[in-house]
Design a binder for this molecule. Structure first.
Ligand code: ZN
Length: 344
């Protein structure tokens, strides 16, 4: 879990995935036949097919590196840093958060994130009920206006800070969405080391998923896969106050084989293949039908003239908060399922 801890605590706003990319590049050394980065920052790790490469199908596995984050919009006249969000935050989870601003020179400035308005002690009953809008949040760094104007510029990335913890069989931290998938991608390449597979495999660590599958759009065009598999987290609302089908998935019940979400109808052949493999090899798994939300599979399915596409999801509680929580067994099941599929 040390690998996931490092991935989780790293910052990678959409468009600023360079730290995550450099880290992964280091970790996949010697595990792929080709490793390269494109102009947008997608990281391609290719494992060439054994056997007869001419008729090998191209499989692309996409794991997005970015996390929901902010960019500096401006420093106001009192020295508060106003921000712009990239990705879908629930503002109810953003009160009293620690954040880090990464300046152009690479210096990290720590600050507190809060919405404008009064604390409960002096707020009216009406004011207390109000849920703030995202643009009402600001960062207090404690630095003077002069110092801030010298160091901080519009467009500097602002990311949330949270340490990673193990809690029994669970792990919790920020941006398990989608560093959990980056973990799966790295562990898969490790598991395949020295093994021959019949597929031409491209594990791609993509950029800018949270702002509209942008890295998958270009890398999907580049790889032109026959089979595209996105790895991402999905809702596990197996917590108090929610019952039945609204749970979507359950922690500890295995990798979720996605049938449908709002970006993709998974290809029937792939759903059947993954279910069959999971059943035969007794790999813990569950179905996923997600009414809202999408993954890189949405872009990959429509790259060039199209690909068979599916998402394998890691069930996760409290998605898009800094306490995203998942089960270690589900992580392992996801790697096992991919490895079994590629070894068929
Ligand atoms: Zn995601």
């Amino acid at each position: 879990m040390d690998l996931l801890k490092e991935l989780s605590e790293m910052s990678g706003a959409p468009g600023r995935e360079e730290h995550v990319r450099a880290f992964i590049e280091e970790k996949v050394k010697g595990l792929a036949d080709e490793v390269r980065t494109d102009v947008m920052g997608n990281l391609y790790c290719r494992k060439k097919p054994g056997g007869s490469p001419e008729d090998a199908e191209r499989v692309m596995i996409a794991c997005h590196m970015d996390e929901i984050a902010f960019y500096v919009r401006r420093v106001d006249e009192k020295g508060f840093v106003k921000i712009h969000n990239l990705g879908g935050f629930d503002t109810r989870n953003l009160f009293a958060r620690r954040v880090r601003i990464e300046t152009r020179s690479g210096e990290v400035i720590v600050g507190n994130l809060n919405p404008g308005g009064k604390p409960v002690h002096i707020a009216s009953a009406e004011e207390r009920k109000k849920i703030p809008k995202i643009h009402e949040f600001f960062v207090d760094t404690g630095l003077s206006v002069e110092e801030l104007n010298e160091k901080v510029r519009p467009g500097d990335p602002v990311t949330l800070v949270q340490d990673f913890v193990e809690m029994g069989d669970l792990v919790s931290g920020k941006c398990m969405d989608n560093r959990a998938a980056c973990w799966v991608g790295i562990r898969l390449l490790e598991a395949l080391k020295g093994k021959e597979i019949d597929y031409d495999l491209h594990v791609v660590f993509t950029v800018q998923e949270e702002v509209g599958l942008r890295g998958a759009t270009t890398s999907g065009y580049e790889v032109d896969p026959d089979i595209a598999i996105a790895i991402d987290v999905t809702l596990a609302v197996d917590t108090p106050g929610v019952s039945g089908e609204d749970q979507i998935t359950e922690l500890g019940k295995g990798a979720a084989i996605k049938v449908i979400d709002s970006s993709t109808v998974s290809h029937k052949d792939l759903v059947d293949a993954f279910i069959d493999i999971a059943e035969t090899k007794e790999i813990p798994h569950q179905y996923e039908v997600l009414p809202m939300g999408g993954t890189d599979a949405g872009a990959l399915q429509r790259a060039r003239s199209g690909a068979k596409a599916i998402t394998l999801s890691i069930p996760t509680r409290y998605i898009h908060t800094v306490t995203e929580t998942l089960h270690k067994d589900d992580l392992r099941a996801t790697v096992d399922l991919l490895q079994a599929f590629l070894s068929e």
